[in-house]
Write a protein that binds this ligand. Structure first.
Ligand code: AMP
Length: 116
């Protein structure tokens, strides 16, 4: 299975990659919702959060750790930020390659639109 994110990870299509290691790749979102909007993605295709297995615990942990590293690097660790993983239709997932959004750089407001 391949995804647009897999192509970015392999360098087949351009992206603003800000971090890459043996388990994860991080790049700036093409349509940012805040001054910092970075996607942290497993190098292997895991379609959704539902598909995480015990064998993926290292990669899931690395995603969290890299988020903290990049937040520090972006200068938003102290002011604060939000980490988001959307899953399936109700979660608003658009790309079926697991990814964590690191969003910050301005006050983000309430987490959910409670009117929906
Ligand atoms: P989600 O709704 O959680 O699946 O989010 C998918 C995100 O991927 C959106 O915020 C898009 O703006 C972003 N995105 C889609 N294509 C690209 C791309 N080629 N490079 C960077 N970000 C992308």
């Amino acid at each position: 299975m391949t995804t647009i994110f897999a192509k970015i990870i392999r360098g087949e299509i351009p992206a603003n990659i800000v971090y890459q290691d043996d388990l994860v790749t991080a790049f700036r979102d093409i349509n940012p919702g805040a001054p910092t909007h970075i996607l942290i993605v497993p190098n292997k295709v895991i379609p959704t959060a539902n598909d995480l297995t015990e064998a993926d615990e290292a990669v899931a942990g690395r995603m969290m750790r890299v988020a903290a590293i990049l937040a520090e690097r972006e200068g938003i660790a102290a002011s604060g930020y939000r980490l988001i993983i959307n899953c399936n239709k109700h979660g608003g997932q658009e790309v079926y390659h697991l990814h964590m959004h690191l969003v910050g750089g301005r006050p983000l407001g309430p987490m959910l639109n409670r009117a929906a």
